[in-house]
Design a binder for this molecule. Structure first.
Ligand code: GDP
Ligand code: IMO
Ligand code: MG
Length: 426
């Protein structure tokens, strides 16, 4: 029996979907614990690509129960579309998809607020995914949110939507945006509620039953440590807690139940949206990484910003998550580079440090200090074992593992399920 949290150790899109799918083969439960349809988790197997936004990445393994935990914010319409897509791939989800009754609902008005909020920020905009994530979490924290269980109570739902909408329309008017009508939106939600009713339940007790029965549980994070509302590059963050602590809050499982925290990093670094990115490469090398890694957002299609791996930021992610397992993905993207770099310290106002700063001023003035590594000419995609990798590749991986003081458990050398080298007994 084990409980493993799987988190993004950078700014998201590290390959969480691929790794959760891979490990789901041995998992009884996969629970998503935060975020919403801002996530885009890509799975590649049998020559097909699937991008999941809300449904946990274990759904293609018929023995795995997938749970959308209380910490997630759910857009019912997106979820229904996703359920339909998954069913089209002949996946039987009856009894295998559970939705927390206390997860909060993203309503169409949250998406409108997301858009006007970004517009109002002008040059300082965050570059959100526009999925209504921030405004839905604002309502949750302000204690006026709609929960999945409220969707099943038509009178309560109408009351809550009415109260929220009157305040929202005042706000929209201040931005010269059109007011929103209650009736269509309300009907849409009632229809969606009926379709989702069979899946909605008390997932906390289900998870505790699974825990008592000694089941294998994976907890799937969305986004990444540096997008965490508390620990990330605030305000250029998402509105939830992707870090390991969020796994407890967003599932109802206690910290003492967690056995392992697996952090996923790319062999380089990317970020989508605005905000500090110390090792960003606005040059040909950055473009080369973007092309080789097909670095375009799984949710919004935006080009991702690319740069070298940042070990200072990763070490910070190791600490705040208690990471004891490391996965390095997209190693193949670095095939053919003459020289590779890894940031090992920062210079901030002339002072060298290995601490990740949390203020925007410091973050924006970082000059990265790099260690250089010899690249390799060979393709890593065909390697069938760690031993088969070129010596320079192993040296590069060793340097990452040593700096972070965490053993590497898995190396990913391509998007496919099978393009994976497992280094330790998981
Ligand atoms: P997630 O949000 O962390 O699940 O990551 P995304 O799915 O948004 O982005 C990762 C992208 O990289 C997807 O297109 C994956 O198919 C792809 N990918 C994952 N691992 C590898 C790898 O080792 N090599 C290559 N070339 N692509 C990979
Ligand atoms: P996965 O799970 C990468 C970024 C957005 C923006 C910021 C806030 O696929 O790794 P939000 O819509 O959450 O209010 O946007 O966070 N962001 C992501 N970046 N991967 C993601 O998810 C992301 N989800 C949000 O680009 O900068
Ligand atoms: Mg993604």
């Amino acid at each position: 029996m084990s409980v493993r949290v799987i988190i993004g150790a950078q700014w998201g899109d590290e390959g969480k979907g691929k790794i959760v799918d891979l490990l789901s083969d041995q998992a009884d439960y996969v629970i998503r614990y935060q975020g919403g349809a801002n996530a885009g988790h890509t799975l590649n197997f049998d020559g097909q690509t699937h991008i999941l936004h809300l449904i946990p990445s274990g759904i293609f393994h018929s023995n795995t129960t997938c749970v959308i935990g209380n910490g997630v914010v759910i857009d019912p319409l997106t979820l229904l579309d996703e359920i339909a897509l998954v069913k089209k791939s002949d996946v039987d989800i009856e009894g295998r998809l559970l939705i927390s009754e206390t997860a909060h609902v993203i309503l169409p008005y949250h998406k409108s607020l997301d858009k006007v909020g970004e517009h109002a920020l002008g040059g300082q905009k965050i570059g959100t995914t526009g999925r209504g994530i921030g405004p839905a979490y604002v309502h949750k924290i302000a204690r006026v949110g709609v929960r999945m269980m409220d969707l099943l109570d038509p009178d309560l739902l109408r009351k809550k939507m009415e109260v929220n909408l009157s305040e929202i329309n005042t706000k929209l008017a201040a931005y010269n945006a059109e007011p929103l009508e209650l009736e269509d939106m309300y009907q849409q939600m009632l229809d969606a509620a009926e379709k989702l009713r069979p899946f909605i339940c008390n997932t906390t007790y289900r998870m505790h039953k699974a825990l008592s029965a000694g089941r294998e549980i994976l907890m799937e994070g969305a986004q990444g440590a540096l997008l965490d509302i508390d620990h990330g590059t605030y305000p250029y963050v998402t509105s939830s807690s992707p870090t390991a602590g969020g796994a407890c809050i967003g599932s109802g499982l206690p910290p003492t139940a967690i056995d392992n925290v697996m952090g996923i990093t790319k062999a380089y670094c990317t970020r989508v949206g605005n905000g500090p990115f110390p090792t960003e490469l606005n040059d040909e090398t950055g473009d080369k990484i973007r092309d080789a890694g097909r670095e375009f957002g799984s949710t919004t299609g935006r080009p991702r910003r690319c740069g070298w791996i940042d070990l200072v930021a990763l070490k910070y992610a190791v600490q705040i998550n208690g990471m004891n397992e490391l996965v390095v993905t997209k190693l193949d993207v670095l095939d053919g580079f003459e020289t590779l770099k890894a940031c090992t310290s920062y210079k901030i106002n002339g002072e060298e440090t290995t601490e990740f700063p949390l203020g925007l001023k410091d973050l924006d003035s970082i000059e990265p200090v790099y260690a250089e590594h010899k690249g390799w000419k060979e393709s890593t995609r065909d390697a069938e074992s760690y031993e088969e990798l070129p010596q320079q590749t192993k040296d590069f991986l060793d340097a990452i593992s040593k700096y972070l003081d965490v053993d590497i458990s898995i190396v990913s050398t391509g998007p496919g399920r099978t393009e994976t080298l497992v280094l330790s007994d998981l």
